[in-house]
Write a protein that binds this ligand. Structure first.
Ligand code: ACO
Length: 325
């Protein structure tokens, strides 16, 4: 017993930040960003909190599924940029939605939505849970250094959600990690502990809490891992590449997607993307793309979807889902 997707939702900040806008902040250009990443614009939080976006995405998913908040048995949020360290985003969401179920956050960076689906599948298998809400929400604008052109041009903010019901549409899922700090990290500070011995370069003494990334290293990891994980879940489900109706991948760089699709020998038209207008919203990417594809009428009943993501950790994840709505 796994699950079926009963409804999806997403929410974005209203402020559009174009490449031109960024060229006023750092030494970059629309031409560089478009050709190196495929991104033209992204949404960035101004007055909205990331919790508000998560609530909106969750409410839309509940409405789409025809379920009410009091039917939920569990809420899982995937985020690394929540408004609070504690309470978790999931607990705040539980309160604001008026639900009464257990709730917790997970952090698997950009792979968070896939990890959350995997955790939900475990709950469905070992408990009597009937309905689980999974939300992926990120305010990457709070993590990036807006003076670093190597990272600030890549990311956006947003939230995506799915209501899952007990069912049989998850045909295969895999998550993985290859522990690594140097390729992609954002460090926490020590607050004002009088006991902590500060090393040079520590967060408290500078601005190293921002996201740091070795772009080329992540690029290589991304292409290899996307190809491997999609092949593994297809294998596990006993399916061939031709059976996939839509590839719904993490949106980090259009060149990563082109490379992965070409190695997977999939037609380009089968790969859904919204990176041009959303940028990389970390864990929220796959959830937002899934909702936009559903609401845009792209997904047909019984389509087989391959979801795949990679991210800080370094983490990876992929799954095959039947779209039975
Ligand atoms: N505008 C103009 N020039 C820039 C910019 C910019 N925004 N950013 C970097 N450059 C410059 C560099 O300084 C460098 O200049 P130099 O040659 O004078 O030193 C030159 O452009 C080339 O830089 P590279 O890093 O080699 O550029 P590359 O083609 O590798 O593209 C990029 C960089 C877009 C970051 C790419 O490596 C990438 O997408 N990597 C994967 C990133 C990723 O997936 N991140 C998310 C993963 S997980 C998560 O989502 C949290």
């Amino acid at each position: 017993m796994s699950f079926s997707i009963l409804g999806t939702g997403s929410a974005l900040p209203s402020r559009v930040v174009t490449n031109e806008d960024l060229s006023l902040l750092v030494d970059t250009s629309d031409e560089w960003i478009k050709t190196r990443t495929g991104i033209t614009e992204r949404r960035v939080c101004t007055e909205e909190s990331i919790t508000e976006l998560a609530v909106q995405a969750a409410q839309k998913a509940l409405e789409d599924s025809g379920c009410s908040a009091d039917e939920l048995d569990l809420i899982i949020c995937a985020t690394m940029s929540a408004d609070y360290t504690t309470p978790s985003m999931a607990c705040v969401l539980q309160m604001q939605l008026g639900a009464s179920c257990p709730a917790f956050d997970i952090n698997a960076a950009c792979t968070g939505f896939l990890y959350a689906l995997d955790v939900a599948a475990g709950y469905f298998a070992r408990t009597a849970d009937q309905k689980i809400l999974v939300v992926a929400a990120e305010a990457m604008s709070r993590l990036v250094d807006w003076q670093d052109r190597g990272t600030c041009v890549l990311f956006g903010d947003g939230a995506g959600a799915a209501v899952l019901g007990k069912g049989n549409d998850l045909l295969a899922i895999q998550t993985g990690a290859k522990g690594n700090i140097s390729s992609l990290y954002a460090e926490n500070g020590w607050g004002n502990s009088p006991f902590h011995k500060q090393a040079e370069g520590d967060v408290a003494s500078g601005c190293s809490s921002y996201l740091h990334m070795d772009g080329q290293e992540v690029f290589r990891f991304a292409v290899t891992s996307m190809v491997q994980t999609v092949e593994q879940v297809l294998d596990e489900a006993g399916l061939a590449k031709e059976d996939i109706a839509w590839l719904i991948p993490h949106q980090a760089n259009i060149r990563i997607l082109d490379s992965a699709i070409s190695r997977l020998k999939l037609p380009k038209e089968k790969c859904l993307t919204n990176i041009a207008v959303r940028g990389n919203t970390s864990a929220a990417c796959v959830a937002i793309l899934l909702d936009e594809a559903s609401r845009g009428g792209k997904l047909k009943k019984n389509d087989l979807l391959a979801l795949t993501a990679f991210g800080g950790g370094l983490t990876t994840g992929a799954c095959i889902l039947r779209w039975s709505r």
